[in-house]
Design a protein around this ligand. Sequence first.
Ligand code: EPS
Length: 374
Amino acid sequence: MSDIRIETAGESHGPCGTALITGLPAGIVVDEQFINAELKRRQGGYGRGGRQRIESDHVVVTAGVRLGLTTGAPVVLQVPNADSRLDDLERTPPMHRPRPGHADLSGSLKYGTDDCRNILERASARETAVRTAAGALCRLMLRELGIETFGYLRGLLDIDAPIVVSGDLNALREQRDASEVYNPDAEATASMIEHIRQAKVDKDTIGGVCEVHVLGCPAGLGTCMERNHTLDSSLAGAVMSIQAFKGVEIGLGFGAPARCGSQVHDPIEHDGSRYTRPTNNAGGIEGGMTNGMPVVIRGAMKPISTLLRGLPSVDMRTLEAQQSTYERSDVCASPAASVVMEHVVASVVAAAVCSTFGGDTMDDIKAAMERHVG
Ligand code: EPS
């Protein structure tokens, strides 16, 4: 039984981000163009800062792939940083005034220093570039198995603009990608852009709610046997690991306790060939396992903690009250976070597929899935 694991390394202004992916089956077609297109999408979105004009993210595959196919060996992916300057003390000086909300203070206390630079470099959301690349490789695997993901920015501040994810997924993707905030709805897009523009004027920042749908999952991914391996706990843990994410919901999520059971649980029907549900309040997961309906998961991203006007803080050398340091940053990175979340979710689903149907090769997995579905 294979067990996909992804580890990353790299600093925001180091030479590159690196992902080590173990447990992938042999035979995944590694379409680098697809991975690069997703990296480009992650760089976009209204509200991004100056860094994205410097970077031109692309993947470099350095292990585990031969002649365009995974070999079953550990895969190493890298995303180079154009803005590499970690040891240049003039351009990357020590930082002593931690930003409330960032890892600066906790990390500096943990590692016994009053220079927040080491921790902020590693905590930076730049790391999500290589995590997206790893997730895109997992998506390539899922696609071959008929499993598709779709992520978008559902809302921010007072805007909640859910969309129905069904029908022609490619047409919906085109609509989403034409939006500067990655929401297919034109009216919602305009309102979100206006909020972000105003935050920029106010020297403030904005978070958002990202939603990801996974379509085509067979029933039974995940488990209820070992509680720490339920699919919902794995998904929640992975989504919460994305920088600045503070909340996760599956299906109705925090809305479920506001309703009685008869208004929550999705009736079970059978159409002669398969079980169906007229509703999907469970978000496709019951008992820690997929139930055959689309998996629907939301993540709440807090506003970026780097504010142009700073926030009340303390200089760690003198312990005097000071405004936090301003480091170049984004006003809103939630559109990009929706891309990251889509790929993080894809990695978890790919791992669940491998542990449920796993073998050494894609052919093994396909055969096991056919037996299961058929
Ligand atoms: C980030 C700070 C900014 C963002 C960065 C996340 O980087 P810089 O300090 O170089 O301007 O641009 O995000 C990315 C680089 C990226 O590719 O997403 C932070 O402090 O988390």
